[in-house]
Design a protein around this ligand. Structure first.
Ligand code: PMT
Length: 400
């Protein structure tokens, strides 16, 4: 989403400014072009040379800087920007913007810019909770500025509380969200992701190779598109996505319970989790000892969660996945019909770059009308978007 986007990054004079070269690096890694505007005070915390090096662009500081450029800097930058991000945004710059003061290059660019502006406040807790600063932030939010909440924790001034710069990953996610169309605004989406673990004893369990990447990508993209997302997640090492309600579970029975508890509140269900079809019939409360040469474990069938959802689905849109090693399309179509899904995403484990653990997937989307589309190998984020495009179209069909 950030690829080829133009970001004007404003830096003001707070200690968190030392983190911003890393933010520039993260943005350019995603393909964005970044131009930095600094206040004079920001130079006390981070050098223009560092920012020029990481952004590979000149750094803008002085409104009256004599350059060979024929354009007026603040207007040229304002026109160039697809978004302006101010990080850290101090109480001072927030107050100036809220009052329409444009007395340096940064505040002049903000006043002239027509693109979205994202403010990332960072300051001492007493300053952040000062009613004047709070009311300035509220005013700016009501005027359409995007305002992030400061993070809480220990601050450079040795106090604890809100006022830290939001994590850089969250700032990047917010920029992505601002750029994303909101075709799923307010749609309640229940996503499952990851594997389940079926315990044999306190030490061992049966599981599969799911990393959670596919399901988490769907949750992230659905939230960016305006969805109200609940993610029921098996054990994974994935970072909980910003703005998504995560319900952690371990076993298929727990996933079943969590899904059923959240089902009434869902308009759309996307089941990307790799659920164990069976669990050990008996759980041994103590560690099973290595005594015999062979050990037989009886397995019991787990509830088929998506089949149960399909049975009483009403107006809900139900999207399932099919993961196969043989006869992918045939098996996927059968699953879709038998379990009353609206859409099935078939991924073939035998194809390199598809299925478990990879950052990519190769899927075929099949819907109830029998329409089928095989997508090329894509990042899991792009696959998630393609699935959500279909969900969005189905929702639109339901409203006409
Ligand atoms: O997590 P990653 O490493 O990114 O890998 C992604 C993935 C390969 C796990 C994912 O793309 C995927 O294919 N998920 C579904 C895997 C699966 O369990 O497929 P299945 O064909 O066994 O199940 C069909 C559907 O029924 C799935 O939507 C599954 O969530 C659901 N199911 C299965 C069994 C069960 N007891 N209850 C269910 O709801």
């Amino acid at each position: 989403m950030l690829r080829d986007s133009n970001i004007v990054l404003g830096i003001t004079g707070g200690i968190a400014a030392y983190k911003i070269p890393e933010l520039v690096r993260m943005m350019t890694k995603e393909g964005a072009k970044v131009k930095v505007v600094m206040t004079d005070n920001a130079r006390q915390f981070v050098t223009p040379v560092t920012l020029q090096t990481v952004s590979e662009n000149p750094v803008y500081i002085d409104t009256f800087q004599m350059t060979s450029r024929s354009e007026i800097d603040h207007i040229a930058l304002a026109v160039w920007a697809d978004i302006m991000v101010i990080a850290p945004a101090t109480a001072n710059v927030i107050g100036k913007i809220a009052s329409g003061i444009a007395d340096d290059l940064l505040t002049t660019v903000v006043t002239a810019v027509k693109s979205p502006v994202l403010l990332c406040p960072a300051m001492n807790t007493n300053m952040y909770t000062n009613p004047v600063v709070e009311s300035n932030l509220q005013k700016l939010a009501s005027l359409g500025y995007h305002v992030m909440k400061a993070a809480s924790g220990s601050l450079a001034c040795k106090t604890e509380g809100p006022g830290r710069l939001p994590p850089l990953e969250d700032i990047l996610e917010e920029v992505e969200t601002i750029f994303t169309k909101k075709d799923l605004q307010g749609v309640r989406i229940l996503v499952t992701a990851g594997p389940t673990q079926e315990a044999l004893d306190p030490v061992r369990f049966i599981t599969n190779h799911s990393s959670g990447k596919m399901g988490y990508a769907i949750a992230v993209m659905a939230r960016r598109r305006g969805g109200d997302v609940t993610l029921v997640s098996g054990p994974t090492s994935m970072v909980p996505p910003q703005g998504v309600r995560v319900v952690p579970i371990e076993s298929a029975l727990q996933m079943h319970q969590a899904v059923m508890e959240n089902l009434d509140k869902a308009d759309v269900v996307v089941k990307a989790a790799a659920v164990s079809d069976y669990r050990p019939a008996r759980f041994s409360p103590s560690k099973i000892k290595k005594e015999k040469d062979a050990l037989c474990v009886d397995l019991k069938k787990n509830p088929d969660i998506i089949a149960e959802i399909g049975k009483g689905k009403g107006n809900k849109i139900v999207v399932g996945f099919a993961m196969e090693t043989d006869d992918l399309i045939e098996n996927a179509k059968k699953k879709m019909t038998e379990k009353c899904m609206d859409l099935i995403v078939a991924n073939d484990l035998s194809e390199p770059g598809s299925g478990f653990k990879h950052d990519t997937n190769i899927v075929t989307l099949i819907d109830r009308s029998g329409a089928m589309e095989r997508l090329p190998m894509m990042g899991k984020g792009d696959v998630a978007d393609a699935i959500l495009d279909r969900v969005s179209a189905l929702l639109q069909k339901m409203t006409v």
